[in-house]
Design a protein around this ligand. Structure first.
Ligand code: WT7
Length: 650
């Protein structure tokens, strides 16, 4: 049996940035990239010290790195304040009147905050937190809509050394409770609601439910956003606007050790219990700063927009921290991409002249499904750089993004990273890396990425294996909060001294990394390994297909059979004829081995609220005919019922 993921897809389209883009970019040739990458990996102390010096420190570090695997300390002994670097530094350097956040609410209300105004808001809120007894290292749980105050709350925590732990606004009361139990947060920041697809998400009610039996939380600070009626518990619940009216808009920030905890963010693992990924101060700050500077090539006149929610790591590193550290102007949008219809994002790009746009493949596929007319009626000529993150992007969606959104002129940075890595790890350099649909390309500075087989040997070109990082990097997680053993076991025990990402990847002769997907999503068909993402990508490249999810089901002879759940573009009927065509199409793109044994046409796939397809459910469904696993994180629970019927009918 082969140990490698066999790539049956051949992708030979390649695009280079325009001369004009390259000339202005910070990294403008592959020779420069290679030189800098070599230095960053061989002499990390030199490379990272230079980056760190561009930010402000109250006390300079001694050693750049102290590494006792699997524990790293970066900028050892240094003292700094991340919030001061994100906000005050820009005001002090004369950029106070520059727009920091251009915000748009889902109903259409608008607000712009300059760096000076942001400083005032952050200082006020830091004072509020301190007036309620929140101290350095105390945990603060944030459960908020995508409003300016979410960022203000994060930065205020960082300013006073409190550790924020954000729970995505789409999560349930039970999820809040689990995270409170684990983090022992003493303060919760929430809102009376947030707007989503024209309705109000009742955040406060979920907090109330989560706190029913709680004895640890002392204060709940509630932002008035929707004027939704909420219950306020006396002695515990206070209004954001009442509290901020009592304090001044100045606050003297203390400095914190480089390894002071900055935040905890919970993420799912292979077990049911979410892992509290802990990030610290100095290394995370320098790493998010540098990735924004080089990968998004952020400039003073850019208008940057990342469509993520602050509830995910992308919203931490590439809304609140990295962009603010670079002093950029950014757009923030509260609501759904399809409210009132799927042209909302393009309207925003046009209205504010967005120049750098960062989104997820799942969103791109939704736009493709909605139809090109919604894009074509907007002027997107302000865009100069596009990015994607979160999952492998299928080449057809990539091409659509490149041509329809980028007008064929914007480089796409397909950025691979994880909650655990803190910052982008593999990505093109927009000014020089030749880009290919579906390929994350090259490691970022300081990242020593490799692909290993099960014995720990490095795979040859075009041979798939496990993605590992062989050296520590500044933005890496420091531990799983309260669970050192799980930290060691999950990330550092497959190969001694190396970080295992849990992803399968393949590298071509030039050294480009393509991320195939989570290793638990890899199938083995007749001794051949197939990436589910690869089969999906083939399916989606069929003109009738909008989206697809592929799982394996046990098969007597082949080991596993390939099962595909396919949602078709609007208006296309799932006939038997089309079914055959789609199967054959996969055969054509990848090879007969990958032809799905079963194809189910379905109007919707089971997705989490963050847009990830829950293959775990499909796997169970095709194996047993039903779903018994936990479905609480599903965006739409009714999908499960209709899929059960569909699979039974066969
Ligand atoms: C997993 C991490 C990183 C922020 C959002 C997700 C997948 C992420 C890519 C990409 C292929 C990707 C990986 C990774 N992933 N980016 N560009 N190409 N796969 O963060 O929830 O921690 O998920 O997302 O499988 O392990 P996360």
């Amino acid at each position: 049996m082969s140990n490698n993921i066999e790539s049956h897809l051949s992708e030979d389209r390649e695009f280079k940035p325009s001369k004009e883009f390259s000339k202005k970019a910070r990294v403008s040739s592959m020779a420069q990239y290679k030189r800098m990458h070599k230095e960053s990996v061989e002499k990390p102390h030199v490379f990272w010290a230079r980056e760190a010096k561009e930010l402000s420190w109250d006390k300079k570090w001694g050693k750049v790195l102290d590494w006792k695997a699997p524990y790293a300390k970066w900028f050892v002994g240094g003292k700094t304040n991340v919030c001061v670097n994100c906000v005050d530094r820009h005001v002090d350097e004369g950029r106070g009147n520059k727009a920091a956040i251009i915000w748009e609410g889902e109903p259409g209300d608008k607000r712009t905050l300059t760096y000076s105004q942001l400083q005032r808001e952050v200082c006020k809120f830091a004072n509020v937190l301190e007036s309620h007894g929140v101290k350095s290292k105390d945990r603060v749980l944030i459960y908020m809509p995508m409003v300016v105050e979410a960022t203000v709350a994060m930065l205020a925590c960082a300013r006073i050394g409190a550790v924020h732990s954000i729970v995505f606004g789409g999560f349930s009361a039970e999820s809040i409770k689990d995270r409170l139990d684990d983090s022992k947060a003493t303060c919760v920041i929430t809102a009376d609601g947030g707007w989503r697809r024209g309705g109000v998400v009742d955040l406060k009610a979920n907090v109330d439910e989560a706190l029913k039996k709680d004895k640890i939380v002392k204060t709940v600070i509630v932002l008035e956003r929707t004027r939704n009626k909420v219950k306020m518990k006396r002695g515990r619940d206070v209004w954001w606007h009442d509290e901020t009216a009592k304090v001044t808009g100045t606050h003297k920030a203390k400095s914190f050790d480089s390894e002071h905890p900055l935040f905890i963010l919970y993420t799912s693992g292979s077990t049911g219990k979410p892992k509290g990924i802990l990030h610290t101060t100095g290394g995370y700050m320098v790493n998010t700063y540098a990735t924004c500077k080089y990968i998004f090539d952020m400039r003073d006149d850019d208008v940057y927009w990342c469509t993520a929610d602050v509830g995910w790591i992308t919203g931490h590193s590439y809304i609140t921290y990295g962009p603010m550290l670079n002093g950029v102007t950014q757009v923030m949008y509260e609501g759904a991409p399809n409210f009132p219809d799927f042209s909302r994002f393009w309207q925003i790009v046009e209205d504010y002249g967005v120049s750098i746009f960062y989104t997820a493949p799942t969103a791109i596929r939704a736009f493709i499904k909605a139809g090109d007319e919604l894009v074509e009626k907007h002027d997107l000529s302000s865009l100069r750089l596009l990015g994607t993150v979160g999952e492998p992007i299928n080449p057809e969606a990539w091409m659509w993004y490149y041509n329809k959104i980028g007008g064929g002129r914007c480089p796409i940075v397909d950025t691979w990273w994880q909650t655990e890595t803190g910052a982008i790890m593999i990505s093109p350099m927009p000014g020089c890396t030749p880009i290919r649909p579906g390929t994350a390309t090259m490691p970022f500075f300081g990242v020593d990425a490799a692909i290993l087989d099960e014995e720990g040997k490095e795979c040859k070109a075009n041979e798939g294996g496990r993605l590992v990082i062989r050296k520590p990097w500044p933005g890496m997680l420091r531990t799983i909060y309260g669970d050192k053993k799980r930290y060691k076991d999950t990330y550092w025990s497959d190969y001694p001294g190396m970080y295992t990402a849990g992803d399968g990847a393949i590298r071509d002769k030039k050294g480009n990394f393509t991320i195939v997907g989570r290793l638990d999503d890899v199938l083995n068909v007749s001794g051949h390994r197939l990436g589910t993402a690869e089969v999906e990508s083939a399916l989606v490249s069929h003109k009738a297909v909008a989206e697809a999810a592929v799982v394996g089901r046990p098969h007597e002879i082949k080991g596993q059979a390939v099962v595909a759940f396919v949602s078709l573009k609007t208006g296309i009927e799932g006939t038997d004829e089309l079914l055959k065509e789609v199967r054959n199409h996969v055969g054509k793109v990848i090879g007969a081995i990958a032809k799905p044994d079963d194809v189910y046409f379905t109007p919707a796939l089971p997705k989490t609220r963050s847009g990830k397809i829950m293959r775990r459910l499909l796997k169970e469904l095709v194996a047993t005919g039903k779903v018994t696993g936990n479905i609480t994180t599903l965006e739409d629970v009714s999908v499960v019922k209709s899929l059960q019927k569909l699979v039974k009918k066969k």
